[in-house]
Design a protein around this ligand. Structure first.
Ligand code: ADP
Ligand code: MG
Length: 313
């Protein structure tokens, strides 16, 4: 007691030694030592995603999270890109967009993005395995949800630039969410498009002509990619007839820059991905509206939502 009184007195005389109250722990800062890798979930061009358990108590009861980091060979060139992705995802709140949970950044180790974990993976893994229980109605419901997520993204003045089945995650049988914002860019309201410099590893078969020819991305360019994603949905992401295979059949053998030139040619001739087997013509007609040559003539996400919802009633 005497000691406590003495300390109190000392603190009174000398306020600078008074302990400051410990700040609230930031729930979005994940400590590396508590992050235990369970398995690898997938990898794309730039990053890899792992399933981890965040287990501060160390008794295996911690929550499962999806952790995205850059491939080691990509770290130096792309670190700022992951920062951009984190910064964008942190500000997005929508039921059809994957939830941001936080980051893990500790000295001497690479930066990580922590997201909610969606056990069923992307549509690319989910659809081929769940064909039997996924009818046309369900596919149309997924389409509406993707459009709603995209409409929200556009309302925040972002363009996604990598909308594809591999980047749509399945929450459960009834719900999908857009994931992977690695190529997402903010657009200035006045300008309405974003110009890219690097197109070496772009997902060209998901890209609209203006992206391929002028490297310009509009909100309507995302609509084109949505049309290709819709095509993937209706083909249940079967690898035999995926967009890459179909376009390769159309353009014939080509490599590198030649692929791009030939792709632009077939698109300018008005050729498009075929109507998937068992896809009703009215649904294919909407896909074609996404593939109008010029961005101004394309349908928008709002329009698509209306049409698909009508088909569902
Ligand atoms: P990249 O930028 O490298 O393409 P993605 O974010 O698209 O990385 O993730 C790659 C793959 O990892 C996805 O196609 C999906 O299969 C899996 N994945 C990504 N995020 C999650 C998540 N939150 N839950 C479950 N699986 C995920
Ligand atoms: Mg991806």
């Amino acid at each position: 007691r005497a000691i406590v009184r003495d300390i109190d007195m000392l603190e009174e005389q000398n306020p600078s030694i008074k302990p400051v109250p410990t700040p609230e722990v930031d729930p979005t800062m994940f400590e590396k030592r508590f992050l235990k890798k369970v398995l690898k979930l997938g990898e794309g061009h730039f990053g890899k995603v792992e399933l981890c358990r965040y287990d501060p108590r160390g008794d295996g009861t911690g929550e499962l999270v999806a952790v995205k980091s850059l491939k080691p060979e990509r770290r130096d060139e792309q670190n700022s890109d992951l920062w951009c992705e984190i910064d964008i995802l942190r500000k997005l709140y929508h039921e059809n967009i994957v939830k941001y949970k936080g980051i893990c950044c500790e000295e001497g180790s690479a930066m990580k993005l922590i997201m909610e974990y969606l056990p069923a993976g992307s549509l690319k893994e989910y659809l081929p395995q769940n064909k039997a229980k996924t009818g046309l109605k369900m596919l149309l419901r997924y389409a509406v949800q993707i459009c709603k997520g995209m409409e929200y993204l556009g309302s925040q003045n972002y363009i996604h630039r990598d909308l594809a089945a591999r980047n749509v995650l399945v929450e459960n049988q009834n719900t999908v969410k857009i994931g992977d914002f690695g190529l997402t860019k903010s657009i200035k309201e006045s300008k309405g498009y974003y110009t890219v410099k690097d197109d070496l590893e772009s997902p060209v078969f998901w890209y609209a002509p203006e992206c391929l020819v002028h490297c310009k991305f509009y909100k309507a360019s995302d609509v084109w990619s949505f049309g290709v994603t819709m095509y993937e949905l209706l083909t249940y992401c079967e690898s035999a007839c995926n967009p890459v295979e179909e376009f390769r059949k159309m353009i014939g053998p080509a490599q590198g820059q030649m692929t791009l030139t030939k792709l632009v040619n077939v698109l300018e001739e008005g050729r498009r991905l075929p109507c998937p087997t068992n896809c009703p013509l009215v649904v294919y007609a909407e896909m074609k509206k996404c593939w109008e040559s010029t961005p101004e003539r394309r349908i928008g996400f709002k329009g698509l939502i209306t049409v698909f919802e009508q088909m569902l009633t």
